[in-house]
Design a protein around this ligand. Structure first.
Ligand code: NAD
Length: 339
């Protein structure tokens, strides 16, 4: 069994911890918390061992939260650390903890690309094998990669203009975009981020809007030669971690479908390709997709662990991860509901 720990039990960390604890080849040693709040109690209630900074142990004890040791002790025991800390803390943890201890770690998309090898299971699983430091790219980049890669394998992509409508905050956030404004960024970092995984000509602009459901992203792809027809996209994504929906017309419908089918935290783990947004003039296509920002990177975190450690080959790993998360069933239920 591979000993794994999760450093940072927030939106991403709690989901990755759940998935690791279900993996037949991994043991979740524990998770870390930096504040003695309700999430710390949730982790203990869920049967996980909690580790905290040594200097904070008293504040957890004062709130009656059982602690199993320090962050440092947990990292010492682990073969691999999944760092799910808030933006910018991962690189500090790398400098202060993982490098001195020569500990392998997996970081998240809020870190600069220089923190580690930029990873997407579908695109570069094999190249990540044995790397000391891996960065699972952001939720948007993960989704762009899952969609661009199969298209690029079958058609010659000349150019991509990407337009992102970003959710202002996660469901649990007290922060977020302004109530009465849409803000935007031309030449947003997303294009560079996609290029850190796939060599493709892409530029991007991002708008941030005040809602929580998902990111609604889109791209106009120009081709050198034939462009895919709408019908051809169904075959292209049949076996991919992408749900292909015909009739969804609001983000709330997709969230409600996730709630009605009983998915924990409404997590669908797959971007939804919105086929009723498809447009084409023959040499290019336009298509939009919804990104479940809180859950889409969970599968990649698990596959990054298997690639980094070498415990599974690509196809076995992706299949096992899909099983653990229920991805095949979720995809087929969504596709059926929005057929
Ligand atoms: P979050 O704020 O929900 O959770 C971060 C957790 O890290 C908190 O529990 C915090 O207490 C803890 N923490 C604070 N200091 C720490 C330290 N020094 N070391 C370890 N943990 C520490 O954040 P999140 O949304 O889970 O994001 C985590 C990472 O995942 C970021 O890089 C983010 O960009 C990326 N990401 C987030 C989303 C999303 O939609 N939330 C999607 C994809 C990727």
């Amino acid at each position: 069994m591979l000993n794994v720990c999760v450093n940072g039990y927030g939106t991403i960390g709690k989901r990755v911890a759940d998935a690791v604890s279900k993996h037949p080849k991994m043991k979740l040693l524990g998770v870390t918390k930096y504040t003695p709040d309700q999430d710390a109690k949730l982790a203990v209630m869920a049967g996980m061992k909690l580790f905290v900074p040594a200097e904070s142990a008293k504040s957890f004890a004062a709130k009656g939260i059982e602690v199993s040791g320090s962050v440092e002790e947990l990292v010492n025991m682990a073969d691999i650390v999944v760092d799910a800390s808030s933006d910018g803390n991962g690189v500090k943890n790398k400098q202060n903890i993982y490098l001195p201890k020569r500990k392998k770690a997996i970081f998240q998309g809020g870190e600069e690309a220089s923190v580690g090898f930029s990873f997407n299971a579908r695109c570069n699983f094999d190249l990540a094998a044995g790397k000391e430091y891996i960065r699972v790219v952001s939720c948007n980049t993960t989704s762009y990669c899952r969609i661009i890669k199969p298209i690029g394998e079958n058609y010659r992509i000349k150019n991509i203009d990407a337009l992102l409508i970003r959710r202002g905050a996660d469901l649990n956030d007290a922060k977020g975009s302004a109530l009465n404004a849409v803000d935007w960024k031309a030449k947003s970092h997303h294009a560079d981020d996609v290029r850190s995984v796939i060599d493709v000509p892409i530029s991007s602009i991002a708008f941030k809007v005040p809602h929580t459901h998902c990111h609604i992203n889109s791209m106009r792809i120009t081709f050198d030669g034939a462009a895919p027809k709408k019908d051809e996209l169904y075959g292209l994504f049949k076996n991919e971690r992408v749900a292909v929906l015909n009739t969804a017309s609001t983000s709330s419908q997709i969230v409600e479908a996730a709630r009605d089918t009983g998915l924990k935290r409404f997590d669908t783990f797959v971007p939804a390709l919105l086929m009723n947004t498809f447009m084409s003039n023959g040499s290019d296509i336009f298509i939009a997709f919804a990104v479940p920002q809180e859950s889409v990177v969970v599968a990649e975190n698990i596959d990054a662990i298997t690639s980094q450690s070498g415990i599974l080959q690509k196809n076995d790993s992706m299949r096992m991860t899909d099983d653990i998360l229920g991805i095949t069933k979720i995809k087929s239920q969504l596709e059926n509901m929005f057929s």
